[in-house]
Design a protein around this ligand. Structure first.
Ligand code: HEC
Ligand code: HEC
Ligand code: HEC
Ligand code: HEC
Ligand code: HEC
Ligand code: HEC
Ligand code: HEC
Ligand code: HEC
Ligand code: HEC
Ligand code: HEC
Length: 293
């Protein structure tokens, strides 16, 4: 407690004595006060930083977002004489002037989060009061930001027993989704080679294998895995392995995508229900067309 109290006392003295030699040796706030006093006495239009903290963004000047601030400054800060970008109109008029990215996957005009009254640049980004622990000027930590509108996926990732753990400086929704991307699967991030986002981390599942599981059936990981968390320990879409496999490999199933298990598979026996105890190379094999090794 003691050193802090002393610091505040020093700062207070510095403010009182602004302009004196003593102020030069104290905290930046005191120095700024000194400068303000000096400029206020000058003839020229005061500059923004005389009255405002020097707020940062990589855009070069305050005017690039707030427009010409001369009248506002000369009127001592009349707020009716300065533009403050807000909501849909502000996002369209200000942010898109410099950030109108438009590629085959990303569109700030036509993407899934294209500016609207409900969601726009300024719902997710805050220029001056962004979340200090989140990169890219986000208005809130990313997990809170996305969950405020996508409660289902967020709750699933948080509450299902087997799920990727988000936040904590590692994975985020944006590890798989490009927030400015186009709707549907187009917004899924791809690896540099244009593959599923899953392979950027699970590269050992990439192959190519001599015996692919059904000519690339496994390339789309979401055929079998639930991406926002699952009750299955391997994050499968079905509670048990057999249920999953038999959706494609079943004589009675509606999906006739796969071959039928040979007749010696007695599916009423527990021994045969855990398919991957024998078909261990489920993502593809270099040695066996039946994926047994
Ligand atoms: C002489 C002091 C002074 C100068 C110089 C000054 N401002 Fe201000 N500004 C103020 C005051 C006072 C307010 C009102 C503060 C408040 O409402 O909290 C204000 C408010 C604002 C607002 C908020 C407007 C709103 O609608 O809420 C913006 C944006 C702004 N100033 C930008 C600028 C920019 C950009 C410059 C430089 C071109 C600038 N100011 C120069 C004093 C100044
Ligand atoms: C990249 C665009 C951008 C730049 C550059 C920018 N501002 Fe802002 N400013 C905004 C937006 C947007 C708001 C509305 C509140 C928000 O989103 O943070 C704002 C709000 C303000 C406010 C009102 C207080 C508040 O937080 O609502 C002041 C004062 C202000 N800006 C001053 C400045 C000054 C001074 C500079 C230059 C040092 C500057 N701004 C540069 C975009 C910008
Ligand atoms: C005058 C041009 C200009 C305007 C207007 C502008 N920006 Fe920027 N912005 C830039 C530049 C340049 C960069 C740095 C390069 C980059 O990351 O694209 C940047 C960077 C950013 C970043 C990335 C920051 C980071 O740490 O990664 C965000 C987010 C951003 N701007 C949002 C906005 C929003 C929201 C608005 C509207 C309020 C806006 N910008 C208005 C030029 C501008
Ligand atoms: C739904 C929320 C959301 C909206 C709306 C949004 N962004 Fe972002 N933006 C993000 C997130 C999240 C990131 C960080 C992505 C990451 O971690 O790679 C980001 C990153 C950025 C970056 C830096 C990295 C990059 O992709 O270049 C810029 C610049 C940016 N946004 C500008 C904008 C502009 C301009 C708008 C409005 C046209 C906008 N954003 C709308 C969520 C959003
Ligand atoms: C491990 C990668 C990954 C992560 C992390 C992730 N998603 Fe997804 N998300 C996907 C994939 C893949 C799809 C495509 C649908 C599918 O087949 O599961 C998807 C689909 C969606 C959809 C479309 C509707 C639906 O459910 O199909 C929304 C909305 C969504 N994700 C939001 C989020 C949010 C919000 C977060 C963070 C809380 C998040 N996602 C984290 C991979 C991911
Ligand atoms: C302010 C509300 C809002 C926020 C915050 C928000 N979204 Fe969205 N998101 C929407 C709206 C609205 C749509 C378009 C309508 C729809 O499909 O639900 C959308 C669409 C999506 C889609 C595409 C769904 C599809 O089926 O095509 C994904 C994926 C998505 N958002 C992920 C995210 C992620 C990741 C974040 C956090 C970075 C985020 N959203 C933050 C409102 C929001
Ligand atoms: C950003 C890196 C990253 C991405 C992208 C990613 N994962 Fe993961 N994945 C991990 C990490 C790290 C773990 C282990 C720790 C954990 O549970 O978060 C894991 C765990 C898993 C597990 C459970 C492994 C086990 O042995 O229990 C499965 C299944 C899985 N991921 C599938 C996927 C799928 C499918 C996708 C794409 C939709 C994907 N992952 C995208 C990093 C990633
Ligand atoms: C999305 C559908 C799908 C799912 C789910 C699926 N498979 Fe397949 N599988 C295929 C397709 C397609 C082939 C290619 C050969 C064919 O026509 O059957 C294949 C081939 C195989 C083969 C090689 C034998 C052959 O006929 O070429 C085995 C063994 C196999 N799958 C076992 C499994 C097991 C075990 C599971 C569960 C972990 C599973 N499959 C889940 C679609 C699927
Ligand atoms: C045909 C269904 C199927 C597809 C498609 C599939 N997987 Fe799997 N995956 C499984 C099964 C079944 C298991 C559990 C194996 C076990 O029980 O040992 C598994 C386990 C995993 C594991 C954890 C155990 C391990 O082997 O490391 C990861 C990680 C994983 N898969 C990632 C992926 C990725 C990434 C993709 C897309 C490239 C993918 N899977 C596509 C069925 C599939
Ligand atoms: C006890 C070990 C074992 C278990 C458990 C097992 N299989 Fe098999 N499976 C085999 C063997 C061995 C073959 C190869 C038979 C052959 O070559 O004639 C095979 C072949 C297959 C084939 C290929 C049929 C073809 O036309 O080539 C499919 C599909 C298959 N199994 C699916 C499954 C499914 C689905 C499950 C879980 C419900 C499962 N298996 C569980 C041992 C097993």
């Amino acid at each position: 407690m003691k050193p802090r109290t002393t610091g505040i006392a020093l700062l207070f003295c510095g403010l009182l004595l602004a302009g004196s030699a003593f102020a030069q040796t104290t905290e930046p706030a005191a120095t700024a006060a000194a400068e303000t006093q000096a400029t206020a006495t000058a003839e020229a239009t005061p500059s923004c930083s005389d009255c405002h903290e020097n707020k940062t963004h990589k855009a070069s000047t305050c005017e690039s977002c707030h427009g010409d601030g001369k009248a506002h400054a000369e009127a001592g800060g009349d707020t009716s004489l300065i533009d403050k970008p807000e909501g849909l109109a502000g996002a369209n008029k200000t942010c898109l002037t410099c950030h109108d990215v438009n590629t085959d996957r990303i569109s700030r005009h036509g993407g899934m989060h294209a500016n609207s009254a409900a969601v726009n640049c300024l719902t997710c980004h805050a220029i001056h009061n962004s979340e200090p622990n989140a990169p890219h000027l986000l208005s809130r930590p990313q997990s809170q930001l996305c969950s405020s509108c996508h409660a289902t996926q967020s709750a699933s990732l948080r509450n299902k027993p087997y799920a990727h753990r988000l936040g904590r400086g590692g994975m985020e929704c944006s590890s798989c989704h490009e927030p400015h991307g186009r709707p549907g699967r187009e917004n899924l991030r791809k690896t540099a080679a244009g593959e599923s986002p899953c392979l950027s981390c699970h590269s050992e599942k990439r192959g190519p294998y001599v015996f692919e599981h059904g000519a690339l059936a496994t390339r789309d990981c979401t055929n079998c895995h639930e991406t926002h968390g699952s009750s299955n320990p391997k994050q499968l879409k079905r509670a048990t392995v057999a249920q999953l496999c038999l959706e494609c490999h079943s004589p009675i199933g509606t999906n006739a995508a796969g071959s039928q298990p040979p007749s010696f598979h007695n599916l009423s026996l527990p021994r045969y229900q855990n398919c991957t105890t024998c078909h261990v190379a489920i993502h593809g094999s270099h040695r066996d067309p039946q994926l047994l090794k």
